[in-house]
Ligand binder design. Sequence first.
Ligand code: SF4
Ligand code: SF4
Length: 701
Amino acid sequence: MNWIAMSLMLVVLLALFAWSAARRWKLLMIGRPAARFDDIGQRVAGMLRFGFGQQRMPRYKLAGIGHILIFSGFLVLLFRSLVLFGRGFNVGFDLFVLEHGTALGDIYSFLKDLVIILVIIGVVIFLYYRLITRARRMTLSGEALLILGIIGVMMVADVIYDGSWFVLEDRAGHLELAFTWASPVGSAAALGMQNISEGGLRFLLHLGFWTHTSLVLIFLNILPYSKHFHVITALPNVFFRELKPRGRLPNMEDIEGMLEREETLGVARIQNLSWKSILDLYTCTECGRCTDQCPANRTGKLLSPKHLTIDLRDYLYHHEKQLVRRNGSNVAGAGEGSASTEDASGSGELLVPTTIKPEVLWACTTCRACETECPVFITYVDKIVDFRRNLVMEVGEFPSELQNAFQGLERDGNPWSFQAADRGAWAEGLDIPVMAELGEEKPEYLMWVGCAPSFDERAKKVSRATAQLLKAAGVSFAILGMEETCNGDPARRAGNEFLFQTMAQANIETLNNYGVKKIITTCPHCYNTLRNEYPDFGGHYQVIHHTEMLADLVRQGRLQPKRRVAGRVVFHDSCYLGRYNDVYDPPREILRRIPGAQLVEAAESRDRGMCCGAGGAQMFKEEEEGDGRVNHARIDQLLRTQPEVVSSSCPFCQVMLTDGLTDKEREDVRQLDVAELLWQSVAEEEQLSEAKAGTESAAVE
Ligand code: SF4
Ligand code: SF4
């Protein structure tokens, strides 16, 4: 009888699951192609580390521990479920190496009992979050409670099954009932059940058995229709993650050709997403870690990365039939076996503004706090920029202030429309060679200055301090002067890919003409673009942030900080330096070397450091509506350390933090770049005369 019931259950529920999986597969295939089969070794290593190893989970300690307990329980109990399915056909079935009574079998049995306890603890932790603390970041749905209930009941069912099996085996004379370490939970349960009648035990044995096996299959069938689909898709999602440098946005090739062929630029409709982006939508666990760390969401903007994913996923599921049908007819028509063609992309509903509000997309600072947090490697910046690309290059609807920035970039090579001829004026009197004026012999380094450090009064001081430090250390370098233009980052992050590519190509031509190999820059946005994005266009350089260079020079003794400068200094991590490029230590190393400087850390620092609010072209537009400003929230965090100096190493951060201090009326706290502090400590008295004349002069002890 058992085998008939088991066969029926397996055939029906597995067939149902196969049907659901096929639906999800077809829906995945409506997406644009994405090349994610390169470097299999690195992909497998990442899957072992972040998938099986759950390395990102403990970033939220208790919830992370809860998840690790349940995940490891699932891995161990997978074998248990296979054994139980086998026993539906043969009551004595055991997986050969895990056979009851063998050494390996006893170890597995012990492990299985242990994880039952651990999984129950994990379930209790999640119930605590969902029912007691009701964590704001989580989606508090009945579905999650149902799944937790199923997991909990499965565990209890297993204990009941084991307990009754032990007692029945004892009564049959096959073993002697006693507590055993090989099965601590099962044998302990058996001792508590030893007075139950034979009939009662048989009933409990069947109850435990059928509850466990049927719930496994029911659970499997719920997955494709719930956020728990991640149980199946998380490992593949980690495997197929982006392996290119984090700071490199996906390149758009042949934009002019796309325009001629009337192909969609960026993402306008759901089928313009790649299959990997659709896999992201399937995989979101709705844990809310991304939204919890999002500076836009923290300051009351409409943007919530988690809800962006949920909205896209809901749209996808609600339009499943039309999307799959349309894709099917296109694939048949194309005859190329391509998953998606442009005909398919060109039809269907626009996602903006009905499904996704433009304010959501324009609130993103591209800080990557969400992506750094996501345990299953879901990405946001690429998707948001793809939406912006469509709004800017195809629809022509974007914040009006960006138009001024675009015009400035096109006409004058900087977003503020300063005269290009004045670009090198910041270096006046410093005697810095300009590339065009040099002969055949070129210096070792090019100092790539950037727009703000060339034109902004405050940032110009950082350029001067850096250049003076490099000179003091005897570094051979030159600048491009008026031949330099913006690297294009603001255009790219704002969605104007065409303008970015034009600027990148012009800059690369200039750099390659001079045979530039090594570049020093004070701007993390320039750093990221030159280092990570220019290689896609033929620009290959060793790019060094000024804090990396200066830390190295201090280490070598070529710069010797000697003067006491300030006391408590808190350092603010720039997103494009830290989260994008893992440069956290050099600025701190410099600060520690300055006599008298006491480096203090904000609770939110390094890869948890909050964005200043300027990235992603926010610098050139009004902040979206919310209940606070990002730079105010950030300066509040930094001020909690009671600093005398708020230090940074990015011209954009400098503007936002200085504004924050001014708005909070904290004139007692100074804002200085790491290079300025170092220069004040290194320079001779007479060299500081210029700084002393400036408004931001530091009081030197
Ligand atoms: S990149 Fe930053 S601002 Fe944009 S969604 Fe992610 S956390 Fe929010
Ligand atoms: S995107 Fe990642 S971090 Fe955000 S809710 Fe989904 S799984 Fe959690």
